[in-house]
Design a binder for this molecule. Structure first.
Ligand code: ADP
Ligand code: MG
Length: 396
C-alpha cells in the first residue's frame, strides 16, 4: 500500500527523522491559511499524488509570498498531473502539501528496501540525489552504495558512517545524517515497510540534514498489524478494479490489455499471461482466484474483469487441485446469470480450459447449461491461441 508524502513525513517525524514543517491542504484557502501559519520566507506548494516525478511535471512550486501560494495552489489543485510515474492518463491532484522551503546546498538519495537475494533489508545511498535513481543505476552504477543489514542487530553505526562518507556528506552533517539513517531504519522495520525512499535528502546552507521528499510503501500482508497505516489509505489513488478484487480476496493486477484471464495459482497466472503474449495477445490482467474459490468468488471475478469494457475476451485457465473444477464451472454459470438478464450469455467470448479435480463434473455443468460464447479448450496452448484469435476477430 502507498500513502501520500505528507503522511509519510508525519510517520517519519514520529521516528525522529528531520522533515520540513508543513501541513496538507484540500482547498486553495486552506493552502493560503497553512502558508500564513508557517510564516517562513519561502513556502513550497506540492501536489500530493501517489506518484513521483512531480517536480518536473510542474507539481512542486516555490512561493515567495501568499499571493504566489494562492496562485500555485489554484494552478495545481484539481489539475491532472502527468509524470513519468503516472502513465499517460495522469493523476488528479486532490490534496496539496504546504511546507517550509529549505535552502538546499546539495541533494542526495537514501532508501531502504528488501533485497530478495540476501533476504535482508538493504540501505542504498547516492550523492546523485534529486534525479531518478533508476537512471543513476543505469548510467553510474558505481555512484550507488549499499549496506546489507543483519536483522538480528539492525543497522550498525559503522555501516551508517561508512555510507555517510561514501556519499561524501560534508563533515558537519555526518552525525546528523547517520542519526537520520538509524531513525529511517527504525521506521522501515517498525511499520513493516517494503520501501522507504528519501529523494532528495538534502544538506542545507547551514549544514542541516532534511528529508525533503518521502515515499513509504507498506507490505500489504502486514497491514493488519498497523491499523493506523491502513487508515491512511486513499481510495481515490487506487485502481478501482484492484480495490474491488482485494475486497473479494482475489489477487488482481490490471495490465492494460484486452484479453482477460482468470487463473488459479500465481505461477499458472504468470504462465497464462506469457502464453497470451506468445500468441500475440495483450493480457488485460493478472488474476489469481486462489485455492478456495466458491462460485460467488468466480462470479465476482468475472464481473470485475468485464467492468468498464476493457476485456474483449476471457480465458479461464484452471488447474484444479485444491480448487474444484465443478465449482469453477458453477461460478461461470453464476456469472452469466448476474451479468446477463437471460442468464445464458456473456458479453464477450470465454474460452475455458479445465483440468484436475472434478474436471468431468465441471465440463458436464458447462455442457448442460449452455451459455453462448463459452468454448471449451482441450489444452492451455489451444485455449490461449483461440482466445487471442477471437479477440482479434471481435476487434476487426
Ligand atoms: P518529486 O520527486 O515527485 O519530483 P520532490 O518532493 O522530490 O518531488 O520535489 C522535487 C524537487 O523540488 C526536489 O528535488 C527539490 O529540489 C524541490 N523541493 C521539494 N520540496 C522542497 C522544499 N521543502 N524546499 C525546497 N525545495 C524543495
Ligand atoms: Mg522526489
Amino acid at each position: 500500500m502507498n500513502i501520500h508524502e505528507y503522511q509519510s513525513k508525519a510517520i517519519l517525524k514520529s521516528y525522529g527523522v528531520n522533515v520540513p514543517n508543513g501541513m496538507p491542504a484540500f482547498s486553495v484557502d486552506e493552502a493560503v491559511e497553512n502558508a500564513e501559519k508557517l510564516s517562513t520566507p519561502v513556502v513550497v506548494v506540492k501536489a500530493q499524488i501517489h506518484a513521483g516525478g512531480r517536480g518536473k511535471a510542474g507539481g512542486v512550486k516555490i512561493a515567495k509570498n501568499l499571493e504566489e501560494v494562492r496562485q500555485y495552489a489554484t494552478e495545481i489543485l484539481g489539475k491532472t498531473l502527468v509524470t513519468k510515474q503516472t502513465g499517460p492518463e495522469g493523476k488528479k491532484v486532490n490534496r496539496l502539501l504546504i511546507e517550509e522551503g529549505s535552502n538546499i546546498k546539495k541533494e542526495y538519495y537514501l532508501s531502504f528496501v528488501i533485497d530478495r537475494q540476501t533476504a535482508r533489508v538493504v540501505m542504498m545511498g547516492s550523492e546523485e540525489g534529486g534525479m531518478e535513481i533508476e537512471k543513476v543505476a543505469a548510467e553510474m552504477p558505481d555512484k550507488i552504495f549499499k549496506e546489507y543489514i543483519d536483522p538480528a542487530v539492525g543497522l550498525m553505526p559503522f555501516q551508517a558512517s561508512r555510507m555517510a562518507y561514501a556519499m561524501h556528506f560534508p563533515q558537519p552533517a555526518v552525525r546528523k545524517v547517520t542519526k537520520l539513517m538509524g531513525c529511517l531504519y527504525n521506521a522501515f522495520v517498525g511499520k513493516d515497510c517494503s520501501l522507504a525512499e528519501i529523494n532528495p535528502l538534502v544538506v542545507t546552507a547551514d549544514d542541516d540534514v532534511i528529508a525533503l521528499d518521502a515515499k513509504l510503501n507498506f507490505d500489504d500482508s502486514a497491514l493488519f498489524r498497523h491499523p493506523d497505516v491502513e487508515a491512511l489509505r486513499d481510495e481515490s489513488e487506487e485502481d478501482a478494479k484492484e480495490r474491488r478484487a482485494a475486497e473479494a480476496g482475489l489477487n488482481y493486477v490490471n495490465l492494460g490489455g484486452d484479453v482477460a484471464c482468470m487463473v488459479n495459482g500465481a505461477g499458472l497466472a504468470m504462465a497464462t499471461v506469457d502464453i497470451i503474449k506468445y500468441y500475440g495477445g495483450e493480457p488485460a490482467n493478472f488474476l489469481d482466484v486462489g485455492g478456495d474459490s466458491t462460485p460467488e468468488k468466480i462470479a465476482e471475478a468475472f464481473s470485475i474483469m468485464l467492468d468498464g469494457g476493457q476485456a474483449k475476451g476471457i480465458f479461464v485457465n484452471i488447474f484444479g487441485g485444491i480448487n474444484k473444477c465443478d465449482l469453477v464451472a458453477e461460478g461461470i454459470v453464476e456469472a452469466a446469470k448476474i451479468i446477463s438478464q437471460d442468464g445464458k450469455s456473456l458479453p464477450v467470448p470465454v474460452v475455458v480450459r479445465l483440468e484436475g479435480t472434478n474436471v468431468e463434473r465441471g465440463r458436464e455443468i458447462l455442457k448442460n447449461t449452455p451459455i453462448e460464447n463459452v468454448i471449451m479448450a482441450p489444452t492451455m496452448e489451444g485455449g490461449a491461441e483461440e482466445i487471442v484469435r477471437l479477440v482479434k476477430e471481435a476487434e476487426a
